[in-house]
Design a protein around this ligand. Sequence first.
Ligand code: B12
Ligand code: SF4
Ligand code: SF4
Length: 380
Amino acid sequence: MTESGEGDAWKVTANLLSPPEADRYDQRDYVNLRVKYQPGSPAHEDYYARRPELKEIDDLMREAGRKARVRHEPRARALGSAFFGMRGFLAGRADGEIAGGTPVDLGSPEEAAAHVKAVARYLGADLVGIAKLDPRWVYSRQGRPPDKYGRRIELGHRYAVVMAVERDYVLIRTAPAVACNITTGKGYAEEAYLSVLLADYLRRLGYEARGHPADDEQVIKIPVAVDAGLGELSRMGLLVTREFGARLALALATTDLELACDDPVNLGVDEFCRICMKCVHSCPGRAVPEGEKTIIRGIEKWAVDPEACRMVWQKNGEVSCAVCVAVCPWNKPRNRFHYLNAVLAGKSGLFRRLLLAADDVFYGRRFKKGRPYSWLAPRE
Ligand code: B12
Ligand code: SF4
Ligand code: SF4
């Protein structure tokens, strides 16, 4: 353990409580890290000494994980785990040495931004945007990897390059089956690869840069993606894009290279969420709110219940869920027809209602689980 945090002025809390405005979020509060704090470990001792009010619910979640019946889906499980292994491996490459000497000239901020975006796309990003890094989205302290638990985050970079990688349409619709975890794991491996590679490239050109792979990240990614114009925050608490809804993984590199920034966009997601509610009615944990937005750390948004969501995963043998992503009408195969519909959804309330009615007819009012690829299904 590095620092205990005792006596600190920070008062960032989990969503259960009402945090003061504008405080930075402490990564040790991630619900998916909390369930991993094992009794007897330094993290467990430290965390519940500071946050005793969360121990009961976290114990319930750990207990649910222990009692869960693990489904025998060896192929899907092995492939998903292979991707998660790659994600862990890449976490060790978040940061590194900057090349000495004069930095390579990338031209004006506009030219530099165009170049960085071209490189990001070449590396495999499906969408890329650039924003000034708002310090409010930088965590106060790290919760992972274990050797950085409690470490204070000092990230002074001024710019953020946000990339999105599409996740698989067929596999996302198998949620919450183990098969869905393959595309989740792949998305995480790809986001780690994109972020560490882009940051490494910038450092080799002589600029300060850091990748933020999931297992060693220092920034809340969705608000940065909103700032960079990739999409909008939705009722289900995720970034929704015009291209593939929320069916994506977000990758992030931060840097001091001066870059021209993109503007936030209004796609009509907020208005759509007010009439839709499909994620509310299909979430197996009832974690997505039906009511109005609330203020969380100074931001007005719909508050997803993280414990209710994670409990679903725990009961499911620690396999993640993505039913909300799959059922969302913005989640469609990537083609011109659906893109045009998404553009029109941003323009007219009447069209939003028509699209929603059509979505109910063709895809059902509630989530219908899809089948995985035949190569994943056992023969016997
Ligand atoms: C912790 C975490 C979770 C936790 C807890 C989330 C929580 N709300 O507390 C749990 C286990 C519930 C979870 C579940 C899922 N997650 Co998650 N999660 C994260 C993680 C690692 C950290 C987010 C965080 O710090 N949350 C704690 C606080 C900040 O949460 P919060 O106050 O409720 O704020 C949320 C949003 O409102 C938004 N946000 C926060 N501040 C602000 C400010 C502004 C202005 C705006 C616009 C938004 C915004 O970001 C937060 C996202 O959880 C991020 C990666 C990252 N570094 O951002 C991925 C991430 C958000 N998860 C992701 C995904 C896809 C999922 C799942 C679908 C699981 C899966 N199979 O992949 C589900 C969906 C559940 C849902 N409907 O939200 C993606 C989102 C992609 C997208 N389209 O937006 C991310 C970005 C991972 C990635 N690299 O792609 N997740
Ligand atoms: S399912 Fe509907 S309410 Fe939920 S995020 Fe998508 S558009 Fe919004
Ligand atoms: S991931 Fe599953 S449990 Fe979590 S909010 Fe989405 S639908 Fe609900």
